[in-house]
Write a protein that binds this ligand. Structure first.
Ligand SMILES: [Zn+2]
Length: 88
């Protein structure tokens, strides 16, 4: 289960809490009943990081990228159109 970090916007009280995805975010400070803000990027990084890393290595992989041939084709069409316009 991911750990979320919260910080109270009113009194500055900060704490971490383990919540499942289905649980609602906390919004009320347990100390002063002020407005809680969820802190991103501090605790949940390792949890999300592996996913990003996998996407990264796949994108930089040479041949198996599905988006590349289409982009190349579009490029050649563009340059064809350009030369056609030049010729005309
Ligand atoms: Zn508070």
């Amino acid at each position: 289960m991911p750990t979320y970090a919260y910080r109270c916007a009113d009194c500055g009280h900060a704490f971490d809490i383990v919540q499942s995805f289905s649980e609602n975010s906390l919004t009320v400070c347990p100390e002063c009943a002020g407005v809680l803000r969820k802190q991103f990027g501090s605790v949940g990084v390792t949890f999300k990081g592996s996913g990003f890393y996998r996407t990264d290595s796949r994108a930089s992989g040479s041949s198996a990228a599905p988006g590349k041939p289409a982009a190349k084709a579009a490029e050649s069409v563009k340059s064809k159109a350009k030369s056609a316009a030049k010729a005309a």
